[in-house]
Design a protein around this ligand. Structure first.
Ligand SMILES: Cc1cc2nc3c(=O)[nH]c(=O)nc-3n(C[C@H](O)[C@H](O)[C@H](O)COP(=O)(O)OP(=O)(O)OC[C@H]3O[C@@H](n4cnc5c(N)ncnc54)[C@H](O)[C@@H]3O)c2cc1C
Length: 491
């Protein structure tokens, strides 16, 4: 008999827990009950502040109004990320969520850009990059969107916002610390036991307990697949500061430093800063000093140190436990993918729970394979930012420039170098345009031009590039500054 999931228990009240509970309370209303258990004493990690465009799809599916959401979470718009000093000190580039244009089917503008030997950044051919460079933001035309966008927000406020929504839709909320887990004869979980002795029984348990991975990791002992050879960062200092006079930039900044990199995330009323670093290559005190030197203004809290290992649990759904969020794994936040991975896990889970048929073992296997591939694809994309560096000025950069790459990434880079091909596998988190943005930003190009580019007369190629660049520049000049659009939306 296939199991029924009448009672779903979510362990954890961070972004993962409340995003999952809201999706269940919305999508399974009247079919399954959902109860969230969280410990106020343990609290939430609360540092996930930059997101990926898919967050808009999640918000839309659970019926969140953008204006209300931005007001409640101190939110701002995000067009992408500016990477400073990754290729070499003093060099920067943008990865935004927009394309670079085509002349026709196989005639990409990036190809012509290379062929005619332009030295200006390829980003000038990309609408959201030019918007970001000029601090402008306007919502895209929904009928013909030229770009995607995401948000920066306060993760603690986002969890609180979702909590209210989920409870309004029938989710139960229990606070207290889980001190024991009662197992079923088949190895699954039967109940969670709170410190005061209360038992919370369920049919399906969603482990959103953060880095502790209380159910999947500690209770079911699912092995961890370690990525730290390729992604050696293992610590972060996080510290918000007062907003400075600098304009409210519609992008995240990631600046490469001696032993890691620093983030800058502008919110309406403060700026989030952090330094993600590898303790193998820099000690924590020096990393803290480097973070404090990056702040825009006076800190509004003491810097907080977080420790982690990059990688994921081998499987994500074992018996009746599904891990979502940090309990399932973690990739460093360079491309703001943690909340995206949460959403991805929820999407897969909801597809199965709302499918109207009993689940079979193969569903769980597909779930596990799909999530593991997604982690691996995103890992490759993050490693791409490091491995093409020309920096050799510290041990971290020498390590990442010479390390052996994951085979899947080595294959992709080879396809690009030899044939100018942007190879896409299944479960990619980032499309070919994103790969191109980073490859171009890191000045890494195919060894020879595709001969079809030469079929276009030189002058025509130059005209097409100039015309697109001028068109974008003129259009962006007419757009309002980011803070003006935001003011208009949030009031
Ligand atoms: C340095 C850093 C920077 C990051 N930046 C970003 C970013 O820019 N963008 C992004 O998308 N993500 C980012 N993330 C990741 C992001 O913070 C998390 O993915 C997100 O907040 C989800 O966390 P979570 O809900 O899985 O865990 P948590 O927020 O840690 O929540 C865990 C929950 O489990 C509960 N719990 C744990 N144990 C027990 C127990 N025994 N009994 C009862 N309750 C318990 C806790 O009380 C809490 O409610 C970052 C992470 C780090 C470390």
């Amino acid at each position: 008999m296939a199991p029924r999931f009448d009672r779903i228990v979510v362990l954890g009240g961070g972004s993962a827990g409340w995003m999952t509970a809201t999706a269940i309370a919305t999508g399974l209303r009247g079919r399954s009950s959902v109860e969230v258990v969280e410990s106020e004493e343990i609290g939430i990690i609360g540092v996930g502040e930059a997101t990926f465009p898919s967050i808009r799809e999640y918000n839309r599916l659970v019926g969140i109004d953008e204006r209300e959401f931005l007001r409640a979470t101190n939110g701002t718009y995000k067009l992408g990320i500016q990477f400073c000093d990754w290729l070499a000190r003093g060099r920067d580039y943008f990865h935004t969520f927009g394309h670079f244009g085509n002349l026709s089917g196989s005639q990409t503008l990036w190809g012509q850009h290379r062929r005619v030997g332009l030295t200006e950044p390829l980003g000038l051919q990309c609408v959201p990059t030019v918007m970001a460079m000029n601090g402008r933001f306007a919502l895209p035309d929904e009928k013909d969107p030229q770009f995607k966008y995401a948000y920066h927000f306060d993760a603690v406020q986002y969890a609180a916002f979702l909590r209210k929504l989920a409870i309004e839709r029938g989710a139960r909320h229990t606070t207290g610390r889980i001190v024991d887990v009662v197992r079923r004869a088949d190895g699954g979980v039967a109940a969670l036991v709170l410190a005061d002795g209360r038992r919370i029984e369920g049919d399906l348990f969603i482990d959103c307990s953060g880095f502790g991975s209380l159910l999947l990791g500690r209770t079911l002992d699912e092995p961890f697949v370690d990525f730290s050879h390729w992604l050696p960062v293992d610590s972060a200092w996080a510290c918000p500061c007062e907003r400075s006079g600098e304009a409210l930039t519609p992008y995240t900044r990631a600046t490469a430093l001696e032993g890691g990199w620093a983030w800058r995330i502008p919110l309406q009323s403060r700026t989030g800063h952090g330094h993600v670093f590898s303790s193998r290559f820099i000690d924590a005190e020096r990393a803290r000093e480097q973070l404090l030197a990056q702040l825009d203004g006076p800190p509004v809290a003491e810097p907080r140190l977080l420790r982690f290992t990059t990688g994921h649990r081998r499987r994500f759904w074992v018996h009746n436990v599904v891990a979502v969020g940090l309990s399932s794994g973690f990739l460093e936040p360079l491309e703001s993918t943690s909340i995206y991975l949460i959403q991805d896990g929820i999407g897969r889970l909801m597809t199965l729970l709302t499918g109207g048929r009993p689940l079979v073992d193969a569903d769980r296997e597909d779930f596990n394979e799909g999530v593991a591939r997604r982690f691996a694809r995103i890992r490759d994309f993050i490693v791409l930012h490091y491995c093409l560096t020309r920096r050799r000025d510290s041990a971290l950069w020498r390590h990442v420039a010479s390390m052996e790459l994951p085979e899947t990434l080595a294959f992709k880079l080879d396809a690009w170098r030899r044939h100018g091909m942007l190879h896409q596998a299944d479960e990619e988190g980032f499309d070919a345009t994103s790969w191109l943005a980073v490859l171009a930003g890191m000045d890494h190009w195919p060894e020879r031009d595709d001969p079809v580019y030469a079929e276009v007369p030189y002058e025509r190629a130059v005209r097409a590039l100039q015309s697109r660049r001028h068109g974008i520049a003129a259009m962006v000049e007419r757009l309002p500054a980011h803070h003006r659009t935001l003011q208009h939306v949030v009031g």
